[in-house]
Design a binder for this molecule. Structure first.
Ligand SMILES: Nc1nc2c(ncn2[C@@H]2O[C@H](COP(=O)(O)OP(=O)(O)OP(=O)(O)O)[C@@H](O)[C@H]2O)c(=O)[nH]1
Ligand SMILES: [Mg+2]
Length: 464
């Protein structure tokens, strides 16, 4: 384990000017360092979790600001170390000057995520909980927030640790057999081991299945808006994000670039991508835009494909087929637009399109100009994406590292099961079991390496 003998400091509030800012000092020397810059009643005898008013001065004794210092004594602080948090006025000058004064008094600038890294190393939380904190800070929708919050509370970690504890017990019994290999004894009940391994595999699989939903909840859902020129794509984008993001005109080929805008709907972050209308053209720039449009519709999780009922339908269906044929059908939602001016044509088209084999549930009658019908299309995506998962009621995996590690754990557990059913020698079974235990342990951080920690914590912001 790493040893933290030095004391670190950083501005923990967001960069820039604010009403107040917070500078955090943590480490064994936090109090003596703070005492050097503090003009106020000393904190040496102060109790933990108390706030104190005073002024902070630079090395020449010039006052920098009037501040409130909050004291957290080890081990009951975020990091588990002695910590002082200085709340000052939020000018960039004051923040910089106070941080300089703290550094001059003997602290070192904290690396990104270093406070949380220390919290982990001091046993204040496990790795999955620490990662939950980073996600909590980054969350921009209710769903992302809920996933992160439940992770910080440790339910996921607890279920992993309980799986590990059960498996460890059996692994030790099998390993004990290896010590008595001459005597052909079985300490571990194979039937019990098999049913336990199967039960745990089931739990892990339920977790990995939730990843697609979890990823969408955490990172948001990309929806490309595609179709032929003038179908109303830019009008739709503007309507979905309630903002005048893209130029709308009745000249076909108005949009050249992809234009992204976000909106939170049903607690989920949606990233809508307006694209250039798809058509044959000799215009070089428009063709570049069309290429971007194709990339966007291939890469996005969903596509809103706009049909214009006031234009010829045959070429639009051909276009739809060409561009979506290689994509999974449930990713494509057909929006028949301009319902306000062509309700009969739109309704007729819906039936005709349904007859081509596209599911009726994936066809919507909308008017981008009036903002009608689009809500249902969004709701359909929200339901498809979350597929009933509720992060407040059960663990939903949203982190790629957790997903990959759980997948590996499932693989080695499956090998354990195969080994047990085919009567493989104990040492092979033991090895597969150990591997599963290692994978589960890397998620919570009960097994870890400095490299893994650096990868995880370097993604945090400075001051966290
Ligand atoms: N009545 C009506 N007109 C619409 C609707 N949606 C778009 N329009 C009109 O259709 C024309 C084209 O709209 P845009 O949103 O620019 O179409 P686009 O698909 O982005 O076109 P390109 O950027 O050229 O590919 C404009 O005159 C819009 O006002 C709608 O729902 N109803
Ligand atoms: Mg457009």
């Amino acid at each position: 384990m790493e040893l933290n003998t030095d004391t670190i400091a950083a501005v923990s509030t967001a960069p820039g000017v604010g009403g107040i800012a917070v500078i955090r000092i943590s480490g064994p020397q936090a109090l003596p360092i703070f005492a050097q810059i503090w003009k106020g009643k000393g904190l040496n005898d102060a109790q933990t979790h108390t706030a104190h008013f005073g002024t902070i001065a630079d090395s020449l004794g010039r006052q920098i600001d009037e501040c409130v210092a909050t004291l957290f004594r080890a081990p009951k602080s975020f990091t588990g170390e002695d910590t002082v948090e200085i709340s000052c006025h939020g000018s960039e000058f004051i923040q910089r000057e106070i941080l300089h004064a703290v550094i001059r008094a003997g602290a070192r600038t904290a690396e990104p995520g270093e406070f949380t890294r220390r919290a982990f190393l001091n046993g204040r939380m496990d790795l999955a909980q620490a990662e939950g904190i980073a996600d909590l800070i980054a969350a921009s929708s209710r769903a992302a927030h809920d996933i992160a919050l439940s992770q910080t509370k440790g339910a996921f970690s607890a279920s992993l640790e309980s799986m590990r504890a059960k498996l460890t017990e059996l692994a030790s019994l099998i390993e004990l057999e290896l010590d008595f290999s001459e005597e052909d004894v079985e300490f571990a009940d194979r039937t019990r081991l098999l049913s336990l391994a199967e039960e745990i595999l089931g739990t892990i699989e339920r977790l990995t299945e939730s990843y697609s939903a979890g990823q969408a909840m955490r990172e948001g859902i990309d929806v490309a808006i595609a179709g032929m020129p003038n179908a109303g794509k830019s009008t739709l984008l503007n309507c979905l994000v309630a903002d005048d993001k893209a130029i709308v005109s009745d000249i076909p080929g108005t949009t050249r670039d992809t234009i992204e805008a976000t909106a939170v709907r049903h607690g989920l972050l949606f990233r809508f991508i307006d694209t250039a209308g798809l058509r044959q053209t000799d215009d070089t720039i428009e063709n570049l835009g069309i290429r971007r449009a194709i990339t966007a519709l291939q890469k996005s999780r969903y596509v809103f494909w706009l049909i214009d009922p006031t234009a010829d339908i045959a070429p639009q269906m051909k276009l739809l087929h060409t561009h979506t044929e290689s994509l999974p059908a449930d990713r494509i939602l057909i929006l028949i637009n301009k319902y306000d001016i062509a309700p009969d044509a739109a309704t007729g088209l819906r039936n005709a399109i349904a007859n081509t084999g596209i599911a009726q549930d994936n066809i919507f009658l909308v008017s981008a100009a009036e903002g009608t019908g689009t809500e249902k299309a969004i709701e359909t995506i929200a339901n498809k994406t979350t597929s009933g998962y509720d992060p407040m009621r059960e663990t939903v995996i949203a982190n790629a590292r957790h997903y990959e590690t759980l997948t590996r754990a499932a693989d080695s557990l499956q090998r354990t099961i195969d080994g047990l059913t085919s009567g493989l020698p104990s040492d092979f079974v033991a090895q597969d079991l150990r591997e599963t235990l290692t994978h589960l342990g890397t998620i919570t951080g009960s097994i870890t390496t400095p490299d893994l920690l650096t990868t995880i914590f370097s993604r945090f912001c400075i001051g966290k």
